[in-house]
Design a protein around this ligand. Sequence first.
Ligand SMILES: [Zn+2]
Length: 417
Amino acid sequence: MTVCRVCSGDSLRLVIDLGDQPHCNSLIGPEALAEREPYYPLRLFFCEDCTTVQIDHTVPKETMFSEYLYVSGTTETLRAHFRDTAERLTARLGLQSGDLVVDIGSNDGTWLAEFQALGLRGLGVEPARNIAALANDAGIRTLNRFFNAEVATAILDEGTPPKLVTAAGVFFHLEELHSATEGVAALCRAGAVFCVQAIYLREMLRQTAFDNIYHEHLTYWTLRSFSVLLEQYGLEVISANVVPIHGGTMELLIAERGRFPVDASVEAIRTRETEERLGEVETYLAFAERVRAIGRDLLAILESYRAAGKTVYAFGAPAKGATMLNSFGIDTRLVALATERNPLKVGHWIPGARIPIVQEGAVPEPDAYLVLPWNFLGEFLRRNQAYVEGGGDFIVPIPRPRVITAANIDEELAGIK
Ligand SMILES: [Zn+2]
């Protein structure tokens, strides 16, 4: 029997079953096209004991993270976000020149580079060999490891404990959730503050952003459920905040219990979560109903383009795009190819849907783009305003499928700011 990843209870309730799907970031190379990629269950559950939302099936972390194709430095929106956050945290925590910042799941070092620019010392922990190498080449010292309690001990053994530990959009991928939290707790007992950023389940519900559900995201947090995990390791949230990146990200500052005063923001967010019934299964069953409606509407739009003889390409091939396509059985019959900026993805195929990925700009523009990384819509619309004004359409699947055309792009741009 499957037990809860956080409290080990056995009261998991099924929220939605998205069917068997391949691992979204295992893009298919030309040499592997002849074989069928492995498929794994993708099911979302709610724990009635501790309220943590989670998937039950774990694809081994070595399959998902030993080689990795996502590089944080590829969008301007993300770079600006990391720069702002580095400046804000440095000021708020009064960090001094030479202080150590450890980033868990540091990717290509984009975030640490911003701290280093402010005079701090950065140390990354990144399991993907290829990406850790990129960071080391760029002058960001990076350990090629999965972060856990053992790695925390090794960091403390170097003699200078970190003042700040960060984890952006990665901490909750961790298969070794408890060991990683224990490692964070050891660093916090040595005086560090832990800043974690993760997709906020509240925003995921509000936008019906079900495409955040994929095998890399094992757990989906509220302040309440994350606190259940922290309490097991003597930690507490001292500040809570929602930042707009990735369609709504929760940013928590965490420390050893009792070491720092707790900001009023924590109680405010806790209260709002209760009012919005984020701890009740009915809230999630209603979300599942909205997901099914997105599927019906999106398929109707794509079928109408096909019936009119129009071409549709995917704009971008993000991990979440695989969930969007594979949950609704969208393949090359409806979306001929995907255009992408990240050179690591070009020349591959999206798993499951088997849609080929080509370099952005290398093919003539289609009649419409299906925007898979809809969380960066503002940046894309501004970059492609001329395309839309010239008669091209943007199909946006979330929060409800809609089509942006020359007739309504001004309205959209005004709404995004
Ligand atoms: Zn639980």
